[in-house]
Design a protein around this ligand. Structure first.
Ligand code: UT7
Length: 311
């Protein structure tokens, strides 16, 4: 049986920082409200010259370099996003061209904030079946272009950014050991986009608290492990209160959960890979550790991936 794991990562966030105090000037909100209800202090917003595919390209380039492979070795590109440059050609196809990944098939995945989890699980399946060797998975969003800046219920929450991972063969016992994906389409009405994002925050909050915890437990069981085996948790960075509920469910100490929500807000499909890169850079993730990543989002969707770090 082949094992598939993350062998290279990269991230990109726009330079422009928008602080809560900047938002106070354009809408009826306060730094105090945003911090206490969400944990967000600031977010990055991409300029007009930087669309979704541009951020994806920067993150992907870094991940490929980090993995030490050539773009021509990539067999499949999966881009998780709900904010593509346009419906088609996909961001994945745009990336395929810009990276020179001429041997890769390419498609976008639309599973909102759980998109990167759907991408990792799909990549793993292609690799363990022996179909493909290297799959590039990107989570990227330019949520600022679908944000209604006059709606304080949503505008304070989101940010732009990209994270990428190269998934490839790893040694036995390492890599992705289990995943748990799911959806509840009956909750689609609670979080959707027409021109802009619309959200029933309380309903999404309840769903998130329930599914984040339960999905973590399911993925641990599927891997044949127990809560005590988990070394580090990377939850989707939507709201510190939701993240905390997942951490408490796993009975992990605070230092074993990734937190980047204060710096970037909710970057949807990008939040988990951005956090992963930052934790690796900070030396918080080491070889052989058991990492659980878990996300939830519009659809409604959820997904968790458990992996043992290292090649
Ligand atoms: O990636 C998935 C994306 N979605 C999520 O993760 C969202 C999940 N939900 C949440 O994170 C929370 O529900 C929110 C942060 C969105 C809201 O927090 P809450 O504790 O559920 O607040 P609430 O919706 O119950 O609103 C409380 C009050 C309301 O005023 P009234 O009706 O009690 O007078 C809101 O109008 O806070 C008001 N409010 C605000 N006040 C200042 C809502 N947004 C703001 C704001 N600034 N930005």
């Amino acid at each position: 049986m082949l094992n598939a794991g993350i062998i290279g990562v990269g991230r990109y966030v726009p330079e422009k920082v928008v602080k809560n105090t900047d938002l106070e000037k354009i809408m009826d909100t306060s730094d105090e409200w945003i911090r206490t209800r969400t944990g967000i202090e600031e977010r990055r917003i991409a300029g007009d010259d930087m669309d979704t595919s541009d951020m994806a390209f920067e993150a992907a380039k870094n991940a490929i370099e980090h993995a030490g492979i050539s773009p021509k070795e990539i067999d499949l590109i999966l881009v998780a996003t709900v904010t593509p440059d346009q419906p088609f050609p996909t961001v994945a196809c745009m990336l395929q061209d810009r990276l020179g990944a001429t041997n890769a098939a390419a498609m976008d995945i639309s599973a909102a904030c759980a998109g990167f989890m759907y991408g990792l699980a799909t990549a793993q399946q292609f690799i363990v079946s022996g179909t493909y060797r290297y799959v590039l998975v990107v989570g990227v969003e330019k949520l600022s272009k679908i944000t209604d800046w006059s709606d304080r219920n949503t505008a304070v929450l989101f940010g732009d950014g990209a994270g990428a991972a190269v998934v490839g063969p790893v040694s036995e016992g390492r890599g992705i050991l289990a995943f748990d994906l799911g959806a509840d389409g009956s909750g689609g009405k609670y979080l959707y986009q027409d021109r802009y994002i619309h959200m029933n925050g309380r309903e999404v909050f309840k769903f998130a608290v329930r599914q984040m915890g339960e999905s973590c437990i399911r993925v641990i069981e599927k891997a044949g492990l127990s809560k005590e085996d988990v070394d580090f948790l990377i939850p989707h960075q939507a709201n510190i209160r939701i993240m905390e509920s997942a951490r408490q469910r796993l009975e992990l100490p605070v230092e074993k959960m990734s937190k980047t929500v204060h710096k970037y807000g909710n970057t949807s499909a990008a939040s988990i890979p951005i956090s992963l890169v930052e934790e690796l850079e900070a030396g918080k993730i080491k070889d052989d550790q058991v990492i659980v990543m878990v996300g939830f989002g519009g659809g409604l969707t959820w997904g968790a991936v458990l992996l043992r770090w290292g090649r």
